[in-house]
Design a binder for this molecule. Structure first.
Ligand code: SF4
Length: 66
């Protein structure tokens, strides 16, 4: 599984980083960066939680690639 953040939609709220700090980071940018690609199976649930919690719908999932 891979995740992608659309920088045009992301407002840098940090919710995704709170849900899945191993997968998303705002340490180096004002928009979320994906720091685990592909997402390891043990972090997929956290990543999916972040997708659901992102109010801007900025995170997309690409399945079948793990
Ligand atoms: Fe950006 Fe969505 Fe993450 Fe907020 S939750 S930082 S809008 S990708």
């Amino acid at each position: 599984m891979r995740v992608h953040v659309d920088p045009e939609l992301c407002i840098g709220c940090g919710i995704c980083e709170g849900d899945a700090p191993e997968v998303f980071s705002l340490a180096t940018s004002t928009v979320a960066q994906v720091i685990m690609d592909p997402v390891k199976p043990e972090f997929e649930a956290d990543a999916r939680l972040a997708v659901g919690d992102c109010r801007e719908s900025a995170i997309s999932i690409e399945d079948g690639d793990e």
